[in-house]
Design a protein around this ligand. Structure first.
Ligand code: 2P0
Length: 345
């Protein structure tokens, strides 16, 4: 006896996003609420993306997860929080057969880029996981970004394509700490993105622990959150709307610099940029001095790899510059990758 159910399976992909106004520091660690808003460009899915397949079945005895074919411990509190939230909402909306709510999931995820080398793997990963779970559990009219945020802060921005802000919100429950699309990807097709993978090594200080150290010890971080980022968010949104590359580039570089200054102001200091990263900063600076306004911008996340932005007409010259001035990188594949703003999940 008993109800016989078919399995529910979905496969989803989600892109990486690159912040041009950086998220750094939490005001609530459990709910992942940031001390400042941030803004990012969602990349095209062709090259850098996470992929997740989930099967929900009443015949599974437990939840299980594999990352790049290796079984992972699913008791990770962030994964558990996402699962719990999705199941809570699924129980409320009742759009699938209730027997599924007693079932379990098998989650298979893969990335096609270096994990934990500062290429926002957790952002794409959690955006993908949460979107795929929402499909498997039949959720509709739910702000997925609020749940993805609870997996990894930057993941909420990978839920949308194009140019995306994460508004920090004011509420204690985090319901207004959400991602919003500023402009769709087709708004600025001329904006080209280039990723220089200088190292595929795992970073030494995770973003989560790095931000904790910064919040506890840096005096610069509060100045940044309260006195710099609010106005910078407005200026950046305006620059994107007007496709004003020069302002976009200047703000992007200054914000990257300030984020790394906060890292250095933390104790013990956190250093994500290496000598190759610093050389790239000097190269971009020297290149821009040849022109009356910036034609190339760099940004660095919690790792040494550089992301460059440039107008499309410039891309040939930049590739030439990179090939001429940067040494070949035998240890790392895909030293240069050309991608531009793309669509999301
Ligand atoms: C960003 N980063 O805005 C910034 C810039 C790294 C540097 O978001 O603890 O992996 O999971 O919320 O989202 C990396 O932080 O940290 C990050 P958690 P997350 O892209």
């Amino acid at each position: 006896a008993g109800i016989e159910l078919k399995d529910r399976s979905f496969t989803c992909t989600a892109p990486v996003n690159i912040a041009v106004i950086k998220y750094w520091g939490k005001r609530n660690e459990e709910l992942i609420l940031p001390i400042n808003s941030s803004l990012s460009v969602t990349l095209h899915q062709n090259e850098l993306r996470a992929k997740t397949m989930i099967t929900l079945s009443s015949s599974f005895d437990e939840d299980q997860m594999w990352l790049n074919d290796k079984e992972e411990d699913i008791s990770n509190p962030r994964i558990q929080r996402c699962l719990r939230e999705i199941r809570r909402l699924a129980t409320k909306t009742c759009s699938i057969d209730p027997s599924y709510l007693e079932g379990h999931v098998q989650i298979r995820s893969e990335n096609n880029f270096p994990t934990a080398a500062g290429l926002a793997s957790s952002a794409a990963g959690y955006a993908c996981l949460v979107y795929c779970l929402s499909q498997v559990y039949g959720l509709k009219d739910v702000d997925i970004s609020v749940i993805a945020r609870q997996g990894s802060g930057s993941a909420c921005r990978s839920v949308y394509g194009g140019f995306v802000s994460w508004e920090k919100g004011e509420r204690e429950d985090g319901e207004d700490s959400i991602a919003e699309q500023v402009c769709p990807d087709m708004h600025w097709p001329d904006l080209q993105v280039l990723i220089l993978v200088v190292s595929e090594q795992k970073k030494t200080v995770s973003s989560t622990s790095g931000m904790r150290t910064s919040v506890e010890t840096s005096s610069l971080i509060n100045f940044r959150a309260n006195n710099v980022v609010p106005a910078r968010m407005d200026e950046m949104k305006q620059a994107i709307k007007e496709k004003d590359f020069s302002t976009f580039a200047t703000l992007t570089m200054k914000d990257s610099n300030q984020f790394h200054a906060v890292c250095l102001d933390s104790y013990p200091p956190i250093m994500y940029m290496n000598d190759a990263s610093k050389y790239i900063v000097q190269l971009v600076t020297a290149y821009n001095l040849l022109y009356s306004s910036p034609r190339l911008a760099y940004t660095f996340d919690a790792g040494p790899n550089a992301v460059l932005f440039t107008p499309g007409g410039n891309i040939g010259e930049i590739l030439g510059l990179v090939q001429h001035y940067l040494p070949p990188n035998p240890g790392a594949e895909n030293y240069i990758r050309g991608v531009s703003a793309g669509q999301a999940v």
